[in-house]
Design a protein around this ligand. Structure first.
Ligand code: FAD
Length: 516
């Protein structure tokens, strides 16, 4: 038996749930969200330790179930100390919450995530950083930053150049931005400076936001537009540039949006993957799923696909999309990945080192590209339990690392081990008690953390495609007008998608001008 809906959304990640929440609530549509996995949130997935188990979406997970969930966000454990069986059976994770996917919002409550949640009247706290320090990888010395202050690890001349370039980014007008949409951030930097220290610092800041370690991969416009919003938002790299979610972590955003959809009469089916999109000529007619009750057909004349583009050909024949787009996806698109580390410690390392405990830390260029990596490798780190004590048991802390690596590097065990070992060495030198105070470590690789990207200069595939009536796309890798990355991009594209579906103006309603 088939069932009729106004719109079917494929995927209960941030983009899919945002689209569904707006369609069900604001546009009064009958929506069905179909999610292949057994949980909602997609690449927003967090775990909370409870005894010898982890908990996600209220369900208990053992080691096997944990690894299965990791795989659903294109992730796997690269290293854990002690091994996972011991971590679980010895209850070492009890009381800690940590992420497998998205683990920091850009501009805290004032980023696009905060804007959407506020619009939906579902605000949640997104405590942000108060402090920013740089660790010089050569000396392991800590350089706490002050607004307008000097970059202590650089010469006066390098300071002057770095600040002039940051100012140029902040002050750029829209016409200039359009030019920068066409080039890579590597070109932007090389056109302006040959000062290596400046290059390494700005490339590292860009790699945080775009999760691309090599500036030649980074679309200049996407990153610089983000820097430009700082002025309007009244935040900067020292205050509010990054925010986190209290226990249970980022998955709570997905859980909250899912509840919102249900409250407005929408239906969400987990464990129900789409196997085929059904067409009536060039118009979509429905989907066939492989849910717990076997194959099922659901009908709608509007379908939204939120799966990253390099994965959609499993249920959408290549011939349905424009030939040029398919060729570009096959030949030029790349996935943006990340090495993530969570380390539990029994002391407050940052406070003990005399820096603001809610600082984020940047270690630019710990490994130079000449060592065989696509670009220099940078480390970004925060201590989430300082932002929000509910993320660790009393008296304990957790420190998180984000390191941009390419798909190829993430699958190269020697390269991943080299980055973990060196990162550890630097942190152990900077925080002398860290080694003895470490309780456990989990390092995971995700080779599609920030989705699929075209090369700099090309826009993302748009939310609608010629010859596909009724089929829409949303997600961090979609939208010709989308800019930014990660969660911010997922929401931006979702708003454009709902506007294309309804003729509405949700981009304007939800986002202040500087986020559009
Ligand atoms: C390790 C890691 C670290 C990250 N760090 C950050 C960060 O610090 N800041 C930031 O902003 N972003 C970060 N991100 C990125 C952020 O999590 C994503 O950009 C965002 O969550 C993407 O949302 P989405 O809805 O576009 O895609 P997804 O969350 O991938 O949603 C797509 C959904 O579709 C489902 N699906 C797939 N196939 C099917 C099918 N056939 N049928 C039905 N459903 C299907 C998937 O299971 C998934 O739930 C990180 C991601 C990872 C993995």
């Amino acid at each position: 038996m088939s069932q009729q809906y106004d719109a079917i959304i494929i995927g209960a990640g941030l983009a899919g749930l945002s689209v569904a929440a707006l369609l069900a609530g604001e546009a009064g549509k009958r929506v069905l969200v179909l999610e292949k996995q057994d949980y909602v949130g997609g690449r927003l997935v967090s775990f909370t330790g409870k005894g010898d188990r982890l908990v996600l979406n209220g369900k208990d997970l053992d080691v096997k179930a944990y690894e299965k969930i990791l795989a659903s966000v294109y992730a796997w454990v690269a290293r854990s100390e002690p091994n996972l069986d011991t971590l679980f059976s010895e209850r070492m994770l009890d009381g800690f919450s940590f992420e497998a996917g998205g683990h920091a919002t850009f501009w805290g409550t004032r980023g696009r995530v905060g804007c959407l949640l506020d619009y939906l009247k579902e605000p949640i706290p997104l405590p942000g950083n108060e402090g920013f320090s740089v660790i010089d990888p050569e000396s392991s010395a800590l350089y706490p930053m002050e607004k307008g202050g000097r970059y202590g690890w650089m010469s006066d001349e390098s300071n002057r150049i770095a600040k002039a370039l940051l100012r140029e980014m902040a002050m750029a007008d829209e016409e200039t931005m359009k030019q920068w949409d066409l080039i890579s951030f590597g070109k932007w930097l090389n056109d302006r400076t040959d000062d290596r220290k400046v290059y390494e610092f700005l490339a590292a800041v860009a790699s945080i936001h775009m999760v691309m370690g090599e500036p030649e991969m980074i679309p200049a416009g996407d990153f610089i537009r983000f820097m430009r919003t700082a002025v309007s938002i009244g935040m900067n790299l020292i205050s509010g540039s990054t925010g986190i979610v209290p226990k249970p972590g980022f998955v709570y955003i997905g859980e909250r949006l899912a509840q919102h959809v249900k409250n407005d009469g929408g239906t969400i089916m987990t464990g129900t993957g789409v196997q085929e999109i059904v067409f009536d000529g060039e118009r979509v007619a429905g989907v066939i799923t492989d849910g717990p009750n076997g194959p099922q057909r659901f009908n709608a004349t509007k379908i939204v696909c939120t799966v990253p583009i390099r994965k959609i050909f499993k249920f959408l024949p290549r011939a349905r999309l424009p030939e040029a787009l398919v060729k570009q996806v096959d030949e030029q698109f790349f996935s943006v990945g990340m090495l993530t580390g969570y380390v539990a410690v029994k002391s407050n390392l940052l406070a003990d080192a005399g820096i603001a405990p809610k600082s984020w830390l940047l270690v630019p260029s710990i490994i130079k590209a000449a060592e065989g990596f696509i670009g220099d490798v940078d480390i970004i780190s925060i201590m989430p339990s300082n932002f929000e004590p509910s993320l660790a048991p009393a008296g304990k802390h957790v420190i998180a690392y984000s390191i941009a690596l390419t798909e190829g590097e993430l699958h190269d065990r020697a390269k991943v081990n080299r980055v973990i070992d060196l990162g550890r060495e630097i942190f152990h030198k900077t925080f002398p008690k860290m080694k003895q105070d470490t309780l456990w470590e989990i390092w995971t690789c995700s080779d599609k953390g920030f989705g699929d990207w075209p090369p700099p200069g090309s826009r993302r595939p748009d939310t609608t495609q010629p010859g596909l009536e009724g089929l829409f796309f949303a997600g961090d890798g979609y939208g010709a007008s989308t800019w930014g990355s990660g969660m911010d991009a997922a929401i931006h594209s979702a708003l454009y998608c709902v506007d294309a579906m309804t003729g509405g103006s949700f981009v304007e309603k939800v986002l202040p001008e500087y986020h559009r």
